[in-house]
Design a protein around this ligand. Structure first.
Ligand code: 8Y7
Length: 260
C-alpha cells in the first residue's frame, strides 16, 4: 500500500504533494514501483496534527481520487476519519476505507462500508491524534489490541460489514510508546489467529528514531527490517512511502522462503 498524502502539514512529505497533479503523478509512480493499493489521505493523523474541515479535506482528496480512478488499475483506499469523505471517495472510485479512527463510538462509517461493500482497514488507536501520544498506558498492549479487534469485529458484523471485507492493523505509533510499539511488533503472530489479513505501517515512523537515534530521513533500513520480520510473522500488507525498497525487501524474503 503506497502512501499518497495530499496534506500541507504532513511530516514526511512536508507539503511536497500539495498540488493535485503532483499527488497523482506520485501515485502513478508508486504503482509502477509495485504498489498493489494506493492510500490517499487529506488529513494528517500525525501526533498533534491540526484537524481539517470536511470541505478542505474534500478539496484535497477528491480531485486526486477522481483522476486516479480512471488511471491506475490497483485499488484506491481513502485514509479518513470522516464518514462523509469516505462516502464521496467511494463514489468517485475508491474501494477501501482506511479508518484510523476505528475506535469511534458512532457507526456512521461502518454503515457506509456495509452499504457499499467496500474493504475496511480496522486500525487500533488509543485516544485521538491530538492526545494519543501524551501518556499512552496499557497493562498488556498486545492483549488489549487483540481484545479491541475482537470487539470491533463483532460490532462491524452488527453494522452489516462482512468479515471478509476487514483487514486488521495494530496502529504502530497511534497512542503507543516505543516499548508498546516493540511489544506489538514482536507479537504480531498472535493476531493471525483472528483469521483476517494484517496490515502494518512502520514507514518513516518516529519510534525508529527513538530506538536508534537516527535522523527522520534515515529510517528506511529499520523499517525494512520490521517489514521482513513482520511478513514472516504473517503480515500480508504494508503501508509505506518507500514502495520500491519495500517490494525489493519482500521479494527477497519470499525468494528465500521458497528455497527452504
Ligand atoms: C497508519 C495509517 C498512518 C498505519 C494505517 C504515518 C493513515 C501516520 N499510519 N493507516 N495512517 N496504518 N492503516 O506516519 O500505521 O504514516 S498516518
Amino acid at each position: 500500500m503506497g502512501i499518497v498524502n495530499v496534506t500541507p502539514d504532513s511530516f514526511s512529505d512536508g507539503g511536497q504533494f500539495l498540488s493535485h497533479e503532483a499527488a497523482i503523478q506520485h501515485a502513478v509512480k508508486l504503482v509502477e514501483q509495485g504498489a498493489d493499493i494506493i492510500d490517499v489521505g487529506g488529513e494528517s493523523t500525525r501526533p498533534k496534527a491540526v484537524p481539517v474541515s470536511e470541505k478542505e479535506e474534500l478539496e484535497r482528496v477528491m480531485p486526486v481520487i477522481e483522476a486516479l480512478a480512471g488511471r491506475i488499475k490497483v485499488p484506491i483506499s481513502i485514509d479518513t476519519l470522516k464518514p462523509a469523505i469516505a462516502r464521496a471517495a467511494l463514489r468517485a472510485g475508491a474501494s477501501i476505507v482506511n479508518d484510523v479512527g476505528a475506535n469511534r463510538t458512532d457507526d456512521a462509517m461502518w454503515r457506509i462500508v456495509a452499504e457499499t461493500g467496500a474493504g475496511y482497514v480496522l486500525m487500533h488507536m488509543q485516544g485521538t491524534p491530538q492526545t494519543m501520544q501524551l501518556n499512552p498506558v496499557y497493562q498488556d498492549v498486545a492483549g488489549e489490541v487483540e481484545d479491541f479487534f475482537k470487539e470491533r469485529l463483532g460490532r462491524l458484523k452488527s453494522a452489516g460489514v462482512q468479515f471478509e471485507r476487514v483487514v486488521l492493523d495494530v496502529g504502530i505509533g497511534f497512542g503507543k510508546t516505543l516499548e508498546h510499539n516493540l511489544q506489538l511488533l514482536a507479537g504480531l503472530g498472535r493476531f493471525t489467529n483472528l483469521e483476517r489479513p494484517l496490515l502494518l505501517g512502520v514507514s518513516r515512523k518516529s519510534f525508529i528514531s527513538k530506538l536508534l537515534g537516527v535522523a527522520a530521513a534515515e529510517r528506511l533500513p529499520a523499517a525494512l527490517a520490521c517489514t521482513v520480520l513482520a511478513a514472516q510473522a504473517g503480515v500480508q500488507m504494508f503501508r509505506t512511502h518507500d514502495v520500491s525498497a519495500t517490494v525489493q525487501a519482500l521479494r527477497m524474503a519470499e525468494a528465500m522462503a521458497a528455497h527452504k
